[in-house]
Design a binder for this molecule. Structure first.
Ligand code: SAH
Ligand code: SF4
Length: 337
């Protein structure tokens, strides 16, 4: 039995089986999620006998850090390995001006959406992660650094809305067991309308981020094959419904690719498209991924695009590139050794 991922109630059932009090369950819970230990032996406020008993039937984790890379900007990338040998990448980002530690987690091994600009998509889809495998990524970071993660973004490998049951269950554990508030969690999607509709019916405090990347069907189709299944006009209707139902502001993510979707006419078209949506916009300068011809825009092109977009009256930010020297930036995660 693996303890990581178990709720307090499940741990209480376990301690009852072992004829121990509920208080023991609470202690174990604290060792797992707050102190982030990797072994039962480290749970030093449990008696040695009880630890031995526990060790006979359980261990803390079955997940390993296979590789760890540290960027010169402090970003850390982990290759996490599960018992079946499959791996995903998880990234820890620190921002100097904030006391936040943000974990960028993966929701699937690979991704079936296959966007043209993304390294994860290039490798194809392997399998979904279950909720325990998702939360193990954050535990691995906490065990390794001794620090508590404060924010989570589902922006690693995979499409979270194509594995929504596990993502929602992981969210619940992040809230209840890690004590990471839903407001500090962001789910990013390539625009899976069925999933957006499901989220619209829930009272979730988390932020929904949409990878838009183009303001027209024709342009978006070139980047994202998903545009054929869930076209922009239908996506927009779903987003409006989501905003109406939840009252929440969404985030629009927009990759800037030099000469493709970063020109002034496209900026104006995008501003028009977003005018009646309650949203903030996050521009992501393209990060290079070897297998294509896309190029990063120049700083002056980025600023011009931002300026034109601000005419829509929306808040526009440019995402800081993190960890590019270790291929940990957006779109560079491939989950390979
Ligand atoms: N599958 C989800 C979440 C993971 S991707 C989604 O697509 O939204 C997280 C963000 O990184 C997305 O906005 C994605 O479009 C962006 N991204 C992917 N490849 C990139 C690249 N090469 N450069 C910059 N951003 C990229
Ligand atoms: Fe999948 Fe997101 Fe990469 Fe597209 S950008 S291939 S949806 S992980």
């Amino acid at each position: 039995m693996i303890l990581a991922g178990m709720s307090l109630e499940e741990l209480e059932d376990l301690t009852e089986q072992l004829h121990a009090t509920k208080f023991r369950a609470k202690q174990i819970h604290n060792w797992i999620y707050s102190k982030s230990v990797s072994s039962i032996d480290e749970m030093t406020n449990l008696s040695k006998d009880f630890r031995e008993e526990l060790k006979n039937i359980a261990s803390v984790t079955d997940t390993k850090i296979k590789i760890k890379q540290v960027s010169k900007d402090g970003t850390i990338k982990y290759l996490i390995e599960y018992p079946d040998g499959e791996c995903v990448e998880t990234v820890l980002m620190r921002f100097d001006n904030r006391a936040n530690l943000t974990a960028c987690v993966s929701s699937q091994v690979g991704c079936a959406v296959n966007c043209s600009f993304c390294a994860t998509g290039k490798g194809g889809f392997k399998r979904n992660l279950n909720y325990k495998e998702i939360i193990e990524q954050v535990l691995s970071i906490q065990r390794d650094t001794g620090l508590k993660v404060t924010n989570i973004v589902f922006m690693g490998q995979g499409e979270p809305l194509l594995n929504l049951d596990n993502v929602l269950k992981a969210l619940e554990i992040f809230n209840n067991d890690f004590q990471i508030g839903a407001r500090r969690i962001t789910i990013s999607t390539s625009g899976i309308i069925s999933g957006i509709n499901r989220l619209a019916e829930m009272d979730l405090q988390s932020t929904l981020a949409i990878s838009l990347h183009a303001p027209t069907h024709e342009l978006r189709r070139e980047l994202m094959p998903i545009e054929n299944k869930y076209p922009l006009n239908e996506l927009k209707t779903a987003l409006k419904n989501y905003i109406d139902k939840t009252g929440r502001r969404i985030t629009i993510e927009y990759i800037l690719i030099h000469g493709f979707n970063d020109t002034p006419p496209v900026a104006k078209e995008l501003a028009h498209f977003l005018k009646d949506l309650k949203c903030n916009i996050n521009l992501i300068p393209y990060n290079s991924v070897i297998e294509n011809d896309y190029k990063k825009p120049s700083n002056s092109d980025i600023m011009k695009f931002k300026y034109l977009l601000e005419h829509s009256g929306k808040k526009v930010t440019v995402r800081l590139e993190r960890g590019a020297d270790i291929d940990a930036a957006c779109g560079q995660l491939r989950g390979k050794v």
